[in-house]
Ligand binder design. Structure first.
Ligand SMILES: Nc1ncnc2c1ncn2[C@@H]1O[C@H](COP(=O)(O)OP(=O)(O)O)[C@@H](O)[C@H]1O
Ligand SMILES: [Mg+2]
Length: 223
């Protein structure tokens, strides 16, 4: 179990104010909310990239955490080299096999010798996800991982994410603008409004029968 009580201020403004958020191990949570509602701030705090006031309590050891920031990045080297970063010597052969398999899963085989800086936005997201899947994480924080992908690529990415979730049962926090995506891959939805959790609960319930006016409005314009 992960218990989050955190506030984040920039100057005078409180952009995130989470009194108590409990994440159960092995569950998939979608974070939704309008622009500026604090989704990325929450994601960055969970990933340990930013600190806020308050903190995070882990009931067990701090989980090995993988994160994909909202602006996914690639290193200035070939796609394959991006995949192998951090695995320069130890078990190089096994990692290389794994890397090539993942590149194939994501449809990036043709691009493998290309400099990763030259990939399109959607391709860069595919590479970022493939690179995450090189490792076994207990906590995954994904900030709009498919925002730049087309419909087909999104479907593939979701399928591969689900396969990873089924295999490793990580706790997952995925920020998304798409209620449909939340419904497809998340057990629960956390709906943020101006930095506060306006609603949280099982995906089917929140999508079909939202309580708050804010979420009702959000769902009526985001389909
Ligand atoms: N480094 C920063 N300095 C000042 N304000 C920031 C900074 N980062 C984020 N903010 C503000 O905090 C609010 C929440 O941002 P963010 O968490 O990125 O929103 P979301 O991901 O939901 O669109 C926004 O209004 C944003 O402008
Ligand atoms: Mg964001």
């Amino acid at each position: 179990m992960i218990e989050i009580s955190v506030k984040k201020r920039y100057g005078e403004r409180t952009v995130l104010d989470v009194e108590k958020l409990i994440l159960e191990e092995g569950r998939v949570y979608a974070v939704m909310g309008s622009n500026g509602s604090g989704k990325s701030t929450l994601a960055r705090i969970l990933a340990g990239v930013t600190k806020g006031e308050g903190g995070i309590i882990y009931s067990a050891a701090k989980p090995k955490t993988g994160c994909m920031p909202q602006k996914s990045f690639a290193f200035d080297m070939s796609v394959t080299a991006n995949m192998l970063l951090g695995h320069a010597f130890v078990g190089r052969f096994a990692y290389k096999t794994k890397a090539l398999t993942l590149l194939d899963d994501f449809g990036l085989t043709r691009m493998r010798r290309k400099n990763a800086k030259k990939l399109s936005g959607g391709e860069t997201e595919k590479l970022a996800l493939a690179r995450l899947m090189m490792e076994d994480y207990a906590l995954l924080v994904l900030d709009e991982p498919t925002a730049a992908m087309d419909v087909n690529a999104t479907e593939t990415a979701e399928k591969l994410l689900k396969r990873y979730f089924d295999r490793l049962k990580p706790t997952v926090v995925i920020v998304t603008h798409s209620p449909a995506q939340a419904g497809r891959i998340a057990d629960e939805i956390i709906f943020l409004d101006e930095g506060k959790i306006a609603e949280k609960g099982p995906s089917e319930k929140l999508l079909s029968d939202p309580e708050s006016e804010k979420l009702k409005r959000f769902l009526s314009v985001n389909r």
